[in-house]
Design a protein around this ligand. Sequence first.
Ligand code: NAD
Length: 256
Amino acid sequence: RDDPVARAADLLARARRVTVLTGAGVSTDSGIPDFRGPQGVWTRNPAAERLATLQAYVEDPEVRRESWRQRAVHPVWDARPGPAHTALVDLERSGRLLALLTQNIDELHQAAGSSPDLVVELHGTLHHVACLSCGARAPMSEALARVAAGEDDPPCPHCGGILKSATISFGQELDAGVLMRARRAAVEADVLLAVGTSLGVHPAAGVVDLAAAAGASVVIVNGEPTPYDPVADVVLRGGIGEVLPRLVRDLPAATD
Ligand code: NAD
């Protein structure tokens, strides 16, 4: 078939195990800007990238204060799932979703109705904080209440260490168990579907290579080219909010 959406839909229809990797592009329709897209936070203000490095956060109290100011008004708090999140719930309902690997920290997949046990948060979540010294976790809402009450850099209530959102900053290692689970899901997949990610952040983007090397078909849905387009069986350009619902619309239930 010539229509790339139909070719990609065929690959999905014939697959028994689909692993999905999502990035910030699935959430831009929900009002959360991405980092590297045309309207991305770093495209518009390259200096903002420093805020996302662990070293600056640990060394510079002003970076932490600015981070807390930004977290307090983060667009994630008002965001609702969009058409891409819903389409991935439909993919799960068709009975072929092995895992939903996400680089996003917004929990919108779970809010849309994706099974929490299938969602693998490679880069953590903004909805919790973690202490960089003792590892204690707490809801973000508790930390933001302290910020609202006047603390501009609230320390860990248990050990006095530096508190940060439970997200992975540059220079910070991914959770080993989480990464292993993601890699296993990539290797076991018949189809790896990458959506809304520039595939420029490692090790997350590496799951595409792993899946391809293990024999999976690769489908990429993104508005801009990615470094993995050459290994993809089908590349779909265009708005994710339109393309992804079309892709899963007529998906038959999976058969064993
Ligand atoms: P990225 O910013 O590097 O890439 C996003 C890609 O999506 C870009 O190539 C952009 O062109 C494309 N895109 C955006 N909106 C689109 C749309 N509506 N239709 C089609 N294409 C669209 O994001 P990434 O690859 O996820 O990596 C960046 C890092 O940023 C990740 O580590 C992630 O943790 C973090 N992040 C998360 C969120 C979130 O949770 N929603 C938001 C911003 C950044």
